[in-house]
Design a protein around this ligand. Sequence first.
Ligand SMILES: *[C@@H]1O[C@H](CO)[C@@H](O)[C@H](O)[C@H]1NC(C)=O
Ligand SMILES: *[C@@H]1O[C@H](CO)[C@@H](O)[C@H](O)[C@H]1NC(C)=O
Ligand SMILES: *[C@@H]1O[C@H](CO)[C@@H](O)[C@H](O)[C@H]1NC(C)=O
Ligand SMILES: *[C@@H]1O[C@H](CO)[C@@H](O)[C@H](O)[C@H]1NC(C)=O
Length: 538
Amino acid sequence: MERAVLQITLFGLLLALAATQPNKDNWDIYSFHINSTVTSRYATTVITSRMANRMDESKEIEFHVRIPKNAFISKFRMFIDGQVYDGVVKGKEKARQQYTEAVSRGQSAGLVSSVGRTLEEFKTSVTVAAHKKVTFELTYEELLKRRLGKYELQIHARPMQPVKSFKVDVHIHEKSGINFVEVKGGLALADAISKTYADNEVWVNFYPTEDQQKTCTSCGEQGMNGDLVIVYDVNRDSGLGDIKTSAGYFVHHFAPSSLTRISKNVVFLIDRSGSMHGKKIRQTRLALIHILNDLSEDDHFGLITFDGSISYWKRELVQANQRNLESAKTFSEDIRESGATNINSAVLEGASLLNAHPREDSASILILLTDGDPTTGVTNLEQIQSNVRAAIADKFPLYCLGFGFDVNFEFLETMSLQNNGVARRIYEDSDADLQLKGFYEEVATPLLIDVTMSYNGGTNLTQTEFSQYYNGSEIVVAGQITDNDIGTFTPQVVAISSSKKMTFSNPNGTVESTGTESADHIQRVWAYLTVKQLLEKE
Ligand SMILES: *[C@@H]1O[C@H](CO)[C@@H](O)[C@H](O)[C@H]1NC(C)=O
Ligand SMILES: *[C@@H]1O[C@H](CO)[C@@H](O)[C@H](O)[C@H]1NC(C)=O
Ligand SMILES: *[C@@H]1O[C@H](CO)[C@@H](O)[C@H](O)[C@H]1NC(C)=O
Ligand SMILES: *[C@@H]1O[C@H](CO)[C@@H](O)[C@H](O)[C@H]1NC(C)=O
């Protein structure tokens, strides 16, 4: 979900914005607290920043934080002089326009924009009278996604000055129990972190002193600047998984682990257009060679490189045996860039390689790596998308990796979503080969194909069909229970695992209400997934 702009307009605040940039010396952040509560992978984080204008005149005070791209802002408030100002969270399109209007009318408005790989920035400012204080409070929510066997809660802090009372409090509660917890990231100063465990709960507290705030790896005279990343996983069984219900809603986390891998048929489509010149093509070659080394002997694979024309390594999929891998590596080392970008032909050729290789009970995967827009052959984006859909016909997922910022990422994302896959941006950086390899690892071990999640007695369900389930990931479905009648609610999963049909169901036939979840918690997870999937469909 690209939520480019989410805006908050603060009604009732008709205070003039100062024409000059705010000067950090004018105000003092005396308290900066981040409080994150995770229940069943759903994280609610509140950032509270208390600031004072120490000057003899009114000053513009800025509030400026970074939140994960996957999160929704659910609340924003300011407290000034005993008054509360509630922000109204607005969606996308109108937002930028309203922001511009609000600013030109001298109102206070907040704007969200994308920064870096995983974060986006929320910014707002307000004018505060001499010697008065202001409290900003921002709440955001996100469903943590399981990747490579773990969840990551990323907390970013950059108050721009050392703060007298700086606290990060994280509380994780997972009913099925917590398997491990680690704290990573540039802020992770061992001296200032404490972890407390109970049965199925963990508390992480991070209270650095003002001195410590200047000494961590990503900190300086301006105080903390970086991430605290809480990494964890939960205990799980090999069956139907974790189902929680409350107030007529349910959420189902499905991630069976003790299954055997199924072999895969993977075709890589590698862009070698002129723009891949230099570092990008070198990193691509490097990543490809790593990936080839990781294939299993019973996997089959194909390689196509393309610019204006298509080059095959082999005209058919071949087994990943030693001899073929050596030859493919030699081919990869010789990839040279030149020419234009014919995405249409490349994807159609890749699809036909996979279609010509029907192997039952194995997982087929098509991976496209490109750094640019289609410039030759069919270049009409909608035409390409419809050709690709027809060629793939829901038989396997298409993953698109957009390298750098010259790609039309929305085009790639739409094309992936239309074909049961996802798109990922690869940032042009020294670690681009690791990003490529990291993506491949997420799909490297298919455990199930044609996964159908069914819920007798359930309604208003989020997505229930998944073409593949990979080791280390997780399928999450939420919905409502018809008439809140838990007695007749029967979840079941049917899928194909190495040559046999498998059915996962609750041995006792029915599900118990967890009851302990706070009343609207599961409803929020359902709303989050529903909105996110609607945005993807757009
Ligand atoms: C953090 O938020 C939770 C849930 O809202 C609350 O119970 C807890 O007291 C808060 N912790 C701190 C330190 O403010
Ligand atoms: C799946 O991943 C877990 C660790 O994350 C590993 O122990 C297990 O062997 C993997 N399963 C397969 C089939 O590779
Ligand atoms: C849920 O589904 C029922 C019908 O099954 C429908 O009447 C209702 O409007 C739906 N509610 C929401 C919130 O989508
Ligand atoms: C199934 O029923 C048995 C006995 O009634 C109970 O002990 C067990 O916890 C139930 N299991 C599930 C998954 O509901």
